[in-house]
Each structure stands twice: as structure tokens, then as C-alpha cells.
Design a protein around this ligand. Structure first.
Ligand code: UN1
Length: 485
């Protein structure tokens, strides 16, 4: 039996005003309805904004340390439930249970980190050019902020957007992705049980065309933070900034790994698989291009293809499965169409290249992890985000050529190099156009205490996570205090 979930508005768990609902399907077995959720409309968002506005003054007055304590308590509540929450995440999103549980524990870390940050929403003091003057800044909350979050990290991303907003004293309206709203429910519920006052954090599920549109256009929402596709993000950015509110968008990636001839090839293969294939490649930090020096290209490619072919694809709830299904039919179709585009462009699927069928595969959205050889830099599969377990290898003549190709895309989220050459490493760090730069490691993954975000088309430029995330959700007040009056 599918569990019924509600919106959270003003501290009450309530259905959509219309009473309408939608179903949340398990992508590993589409006969299973995992949850039934409110199909909210604009009126539900307006009610959430009313509640968030009503809660703002008291939340702001409470002060950072008291706010932080609630986060610490929520961290303990969520940690105690991590196994069950991770399994729910797998049932609605498809990633494996270790991935789902890992993401839940990352959310615990986010709660702990921002619980501490709540005490550090600081200003600065400055020497004044005038006598008897104390010149300083304070960071103040914006008011009610809106969050629109994706299905691929359905518990960590709502947390890493909501928490810096909350510790700075804002109140929040969250629209989680309709494909995976139970994970957000678990995050929100941990905060409610930890004593978050009514109305401070509100959650409204439903379609982007109504719930997202109201968040984007309602003048009472002073900032919107979004993670998702470039197509949605750029339109949203125009709408939100067009009404002079702040907008933060984290969008796509086309992340390269450069493998130099001196690399530890085993490690190169391990890191490329982790970045490209795990989480079914459904992450904006996924590795999608490997630029490998010709001297080791065959050795690297053979090893990569062998290991990818041996990977176990299946229901992420089953032990031993390494790669879960795509999240839904549309994502599966998109991945398969890019595989066909790659073949038509003249690339060769050295591993994978097809939908998986037969047995349990017929119940879900399964695709073979795919390695393309013969990819060239201008092919669509080398330029456009695929968002699936698909990676292409491009042999290169030199480090310089690798860097040139690495930067020759519209995105700039993450990158990695595998080498032991210190000079090349620093040239790469200096020249790579990416907001997240890895060395001898995979392109995905993010520690909670450091800034996260991209260059170029990947991001609107502000950063999530770390203490800088608070900047987006605050405004600076400069105070000139003359004490000779
Ligand atoms: C990660 O690499 O672990 O939506 C996080 C995304 C990114 C988060 C990636 N914003 O895929």
C-alpha cells in the first residue's frame, strides 16, 4: 500500500486545497506506487507564503544559536533513521541503497555543519574615516525564500539550500521534485520533530507549471534557489531577476577527466567509473568525457570497457547491485536517444549501448552503462549533457590538447586530472574552467563545508554549501554609528 503524504503549511500537514494527488512510482519496479502526494496549485503556494511571512519576525528574533540547536537535534533524529530513509530514497529515485543511505548521512552532516554556521552569520568592522565612528556591517535575512529542488539528490539538495537560508533567519517555501518527494519529507519532518516553529519551513508538492511558477513570480518571495536543467534554470532566472528578486541556479555539466600518460591507470579507471556510472550517471557532476593521452589510451580504454561491462545493473534495493535504473521513462528515453545520436555521429559503443530488457529489467527503466570510443570533441555526445551512465573517450596528443578540449564546452561545473606530474597538475588547476577541481579523484562528490558551484553555463555564479551559501540568503546592512552625539 502506498503511503499518503501531505504538504507542510504553517506547521500543519495538509492536502492540496483542490484535494488532487499524484503517484510516485518506483523506477526499479513500476508496478509499485511508493507514495501518493498532493498535486498542489498556486493557491497552496500562496498559503505557504502567508505562513512563512507570519513566521518570519519570530524566527529572525530567535537568533542564530537557538536556530542552530534545532538543526543539531534534527541531525540526531535523521541519523537514527538513516537506513529507512535511504531505502525510501532508493525506492523513489532508483539509486542503490548504499548511495541512498550515503546521501542521507550527507544530509546529517549538512544539518551538523549549518547548526554550527548558525553561530557564525557574521558581519565585519571597518576603520572609519570619520572621528568617533563605529563602522560595521551585519548580514540580515531576506524574508521568505523559495527553493525548487531536483530528483537526483532528493534529500541532500533540499537540505543544502534550506539550511543556509534558515540559519540566516529566512523562512522557506520548498518545492521538492515530483519524482522523489518522500526524501524531502524525511528531511523536513526531522526538523519539525526537532522543534522548528510552525511556518518557518513549508513544503508544497506539485507541478512546476503551478507550484514552481508561483514561487518564481510571487513578489513576496525575495530569493529563489534552483537546481535542475539549463532550459528551466535560464527561464527561471529571467523571471525572478526580472522582478528584482535574487536567483541562484545550479544547472548542467559536461565534466572532463584528463588522464595523462604517467597516470595510475587502475585509479584512472576507478575514478572514471565512480564519476560516470555510479548514481546511474544522473548527477550534474558526472564524468562524461575522458581525455586520455594516446600512449595509454588503449590500455585505459580496454580496462574501462572490461570493468563497465562487468557492472551489475538492477534494483538498487538488491545487495550487490552497482547501478540502479534511470528515474523515469523520460530520462530513459533521453539517455537512449543520446546513445543513438552518438552512434549516428560515428562513435562506437564499446560497452553497453542499449536498453536492458528481460526479467526484472522489464519492470523498470534500465539502461546498460555505456562507454563510447571514437568520440570527437564536436559531437553532440561530447558537448551536451546526457544525465545517464554514458561516458566517451577521446585520445589526445598532449596535455595542451586535453586542456583545450576540456574547456571547449558551454559548461564548467567539475573536472579532474589523473597524473603524478606536479607541474601539469598546477597548470591544469590554473587553466581549467570549472568551479570544482579534482586531482586524482572522481568529478562527483561534494563536502558540505566548502563552496559548490560552476563556471560558465553551469551556474549563475553564486555558490551553494559552505559558509558562502549564507551570502545568497542574506543582505548586507552597513552601519555608521557616530558615538559623539
Ligand atoms: C555530488 O556530486 O555528489 O544536481 C553532488 C546535482 C548536483 C549535486 C552533485 N547539484 O547533480
Amino acid at each position: 500500500m502506498a503511503t499518503e503524504y501531505s504538504n507542510l503549511i504553517g506547521g500543519e500537514w495538509v492536502p492540496a486545497a483542490s484535494g488532487k494527488t499524484f503517484e510516485n512510482i518506483n523506477p526499479a519496479d513500476t508496478s509499485e506506487v511508493v507514495g501518493v502526494h498532493p498535486e498542489s496549485g498556486r493557491a497552496d503556494v500562496v498559503a505557504a507564503i502567508d505562513a512563512a511571512e507570519a513566521a518570519f519576525a519570530e524566527w529572525r528574533e530567535m537568533g542564530g544559536p537557538a536556530r542552530g540547536k534545532i538543526l543539531f537535534k534534527a541531525a540526531q533524529i535523521l541519523e537514527a533513521r538513516a537506513a529507512g530513509v535511504g531505502r525510501d530514497l532508493t525506492r523513489e529515485e532508483g539509486k542503490t541503497v548504499p548511495e541512498g543511505t550515503g546521501e542521507t548521512l550527507r544530509t546529517v552532516e549538512l544539518l551538523e555543519y549549518y547548526g554550527g554556521e548558525a553561530r557564525r552569520v557574521t558581519g565585519e568592522t571597518f576603520p572609519s574615516g570619520q572621528p568617533n565612528t563605529f563602522l560595521y556591517t551585519v548580514k540580515e535575512p531576506l524574508g521568505v525564500v523559495g527553493l525548487i529542488t531536483p530528483w537526483n539528490f532528493p534529500i541532500a539538495i533540499p537540505a543544502w539550500k534550506a539550511l543556509p537560508a534558515l540559519v540566516a533567519g529566512n523562512t522557506v517555501v520548498l518545492k521538492p521534485a515530483s519524482l522523489a518527494p518522500i526524501s524531502s519529507y524525511h528531511f523536513v519532518n526531522a526538523l519539525v520533530e526537532a522543534g522548528l516553529p510552525a511556518g518557518v519551513l513549508n513544503m508544497v508538492t506539485g507541478p512546476g507549471s503551478a507550484v514552481g511558477a508561483e514561487i518564481a513570480t510571487n513578489p513576496r518571495i525575495r530569493a529563489v534557489s534552483f537546481t535542475g536543467s539549463n532550459a528551466t534554470g535560464t527561464g527561471l532566472y529571467d523571471t525572478v531577476t526580472g522582478r528584482n528578486a535574487k536567483c541562484q541556479c545550479e544547472m548542467g555539466g559536461k565534466n572532463p577527466v584528463i588522464v595523462l600518460a604517467d597516470a595510475d591507470i587502475d585509479n584512472a579507471v576507478t575514478q572514471v567509473i565512480a564519476g560516470a556510472i555510479l548514481s546511474t550517471g544522473q548527477k550534474c557532476t558526472a564524468t562524461s568525457r575522458v581525455l586520455v593521452e594516446r600512449a595509454v589510451a588503449d590500455e585505459f580504454t580496454d580496462l574501462l570497457v572490461g570493468k563497465v561491462k562487468a557492472m551489475e545493473v538492477g534494483d538498487g534495493q538488491r545487495e550487490g547491485v552497482q547501478v540502479g535504473p534511470a528515474v523515469d521513462q523520460q530520462q530513459l528515453d533521453n539517455i537512449l536517444s543520446y546513445i543513438e545520436i552518438g552512434k549516428a555521429e560515428g562513435a562506437e559503443a564499446l560497452a553497453g549501448g542499449s536498453r536492458l530488457t528481460g526479467g526484472e529489467y522489464d519492470k523498470g527503466f534500465y539502461v546498460e552503462p555505456t562507454v563510447f570510443g571514437g568520440m570527437t570533441r564536436s559531437m553532440r555526445i561530447a558537448q551536451e549533457e546526457i544525465f545517464g551512465p554514458v561516458v566517451g573517450v577521446i585520445p589526445v596528443a598532449s596535455f595542451e590538447e586535453a586542456m583545450d578540449i576540456a574547456n571547449d564546452v558551454e559548461f564548467g561545473l567539475s573536472a579532474s586530472i589523473i597524473t603524478r606530474d606536479l607541474n601539469r597538475t598546477f597548470e591544469y588547476i590554473n587553466g581549467i574552467q570549472a568551479g570544482l577541481v579534482h586531482v586524482n579523484a572522481q568529478t562527483a562528490g561534494a563536502e558540505v563545508q566548502v563552496p559548490f558551484g560552476g563556471y560558465k553555463g553551469s551556474s549563475t555564479g553564486t555558490r551553494e554549501q559552505g559558509n558562502v551559501a549564507v551570502d545568497f540568503f542574506t543582505q548586507i546592512k552597513t552601519v555608521y554609528l557616530h558615538f559623539d552625539g
